[in-house]
Write a protein that binds this ligand. Sequence first.
Ligand SMILES: *[C@@H]1O[C@H](CO)[C@@H](O)[C@H](O)[C@H]1NC(C)=O
Ligand SMILES: *[C@@H]1O[C@H](CO)[C@@H](O)[C@H](O)[C@H]1NC(C)=O
Ligand SMILES: *[C@@H]1O[C@H](CO)[C@@H](O)[C@H](O)[C@H]1NC(C)=O
Ligand SMILES: *[C@@H]1O[C@H](CO)[C@@H](O)[C@H](O)[C@H]1NC(C)=O
Ligand SMILES: *[C@@H]1O[C@H](CO)[C@@H](O)[C@H](O)[C@H]1NC(C)=O
Ligand SMILES: *[C@@H]1O[C@H](CO)[C@@H](O)[C@H](O)[C@H]1NC(C)=O
Length: 473
Amino acid sequence: MNIILMFPSDCRMAAKLACVCLLLVLFCLSWAKEPTCVTSASSCDECIQSGPECAWCTAPGANIRCHTVNGLRRAGCGKSYIYNPNSRVEVVKNDSSTDPADAKTLFLQPQEFSLHLRPRVSQSFPLAISMPTDQPITELTMNTSNVPAGVNITISSTMKGNRLLVQVNVEAAQCPRTSDSSNQNRTGPWSVYITFKGFPQSVKLEITLLCQCNCTGNREENSAGCSSHGALACGQCECYEHYDGQRCQMDTDSSLSRDDRFCRSDSNAPVCSDRGRCVEGFCHCDIRENPKERYSGRLCECDNFSCFYSNGRLCGGNGKCMCGRCICDDDWTGEDCSCSMETDSCLAKNQILCNGRGMCQCGRCKCEMPYVGPTCENCPLCENRCQEHTVCVECRAFGTETMKNRCDRECGYLTVTMVETKDDLPQRGDTNQFCKMRSRHDDCFFFYTLSSMPSGEQATVVRAKQCPRVVQK
Ligand SMILES: *[C@@H]1O[C@H](CO)[C@@H](O)[C@H](O)[C@H]1NC(C)=O
Ligand SMILES: *[C@@H]1O[C@H](CO)[C@@H](O)[C@H](O)[C@H]1NC(C)=O
Ligand SMILES: *[C@@H]1O[C@H](CO)[C@@H](O)[C@H](O)[C@H]1NC(C)=O
Ligand SMILES: *[C@@H]1O[C@H](CO)[C@@H](O)[C@H](O)[C@H]1NC(C)=O
Ligand SMILES: *[C@@H]1O[C@H](CO)[C@@H](O)[C@H](O)[C@H]1NC(C)=O
Ligand SMILES: *[C@@H]1O[C@H](CO)[C@@H](O)[C@H](O)[C@H]1NC(C)=O
């Protein structure tokens, strides 16, 4: 961003830079933990050098060539076509002919190693040195002068009896650059000797860097697989001048290939929707850097990443993006698949959807007035419910004689349970409404809870009333 401020007059450059910066940031954010493989690598060598986990697909006609092994497998590259050289340490010489009892010599094993290293992958291996008993602790030195810069060899050792156990660790930071004239060989092998002060013996390490694909040397010029207009290298066509296409089948000078009528939806529309190349009347859609993103359709007009997002995920993570539309998985709906069709979350404690007081939509209750709450269990405005049921509660609970006929006739909807004290009432909660009402017959208060059940209204009533003192006397 500082760079942009430094060149305020060059707006186009600034815009480009801003764009590049933004893309880089987005790229880094979305790939924070992803490997660094250069998916656009033009050669196998460039690919395997881009990261220790990067592999190359040598299959003819592959769309994605450079990725992790898993990435290539997902992109359809067969196992036998995946080139992914692994670091390895081999013991070349492990003689045990020297007599460990000879006090004049060191006895070291093994004597020679061959190392193949992917840059940024460290390899370690052990050496054992038997010390002549009367010798002081031997000092280890290495001559690494002919090893290219960036190859880091470290040694650590511990004594065990009269044996020195040495752990050697080797790691190359990167492949030597082609421009680095001091190293004609980019891959080695380079030899390193670990020597021991005062003794003629040494341990030899022969180091080869895995910076070149073994297919690179097998270029096939004028390959039939490249329509005889290019060289086949590592499964990929490198087209000669004037030729293009995956198999160099396209003559860039001929008028035929320029005829891109078939690659436009109408004469003013961009070729292949600006997302691909027209090859002999067929669109070859561009490959996205992110392997999760793909253009498709006859004119590359579709993609599988431009859809509604919800909760930060494409199609809410509950569907597939197809040509700009979310196709929701079962049990999900809505343009961004964020609407759940399952109703468990709407089920109230009494196993009724939204307490029978609302509709379950997108997994949430839409309550009727005046009910509120996740399952419409609350009714802050429902003071009147106590009032509404008080006559029936009192006559059913306390059996007021004068009301008997009306009670039998009108209050059958109500189920009454008696408890001794207020403490015995059901916990005041989602589905219970607590009522304290004054009796119509004596001046006492009585207490009950009301709850709506599928079978009807249920009242739990406290047997003991609370009466004014005067009456109690
Ligand atoms: C190249 O390496 C692969 C595995 O790393 C091996 O299977 C293949 O034989 C090698 N090819 C040549 C020509 O050395
Ligand atoms: C080297 O040979 C000795 C026996 O002489 C054996 O114990 C040891 O495991 C060998 N080391 C390796 C790395 O093969
Ligand atoms: C290290 O090795 C190089 C080449 O192999 C040699 O020219 C140089 O003299 C050696 N340095 C020492 C200190 O042995
Ligand atoms: C060399 O490797 C050691 C141990 O792996 C590490 O501590 C050190 O920083 C490395 N040096 C360089 C220059 O990479
Ligand atoms: C260069 O590589 C060849 C074989 O690949 C090897 O014989 C030669 O010793 C290497 N040269 C140097 C300077 O390491
Ligand atoms: C898009 O399509 C590619 C190739 O079929 C697939 O690997 C990827 O998972 C798809 N992405 C999404 C978001 O569906």
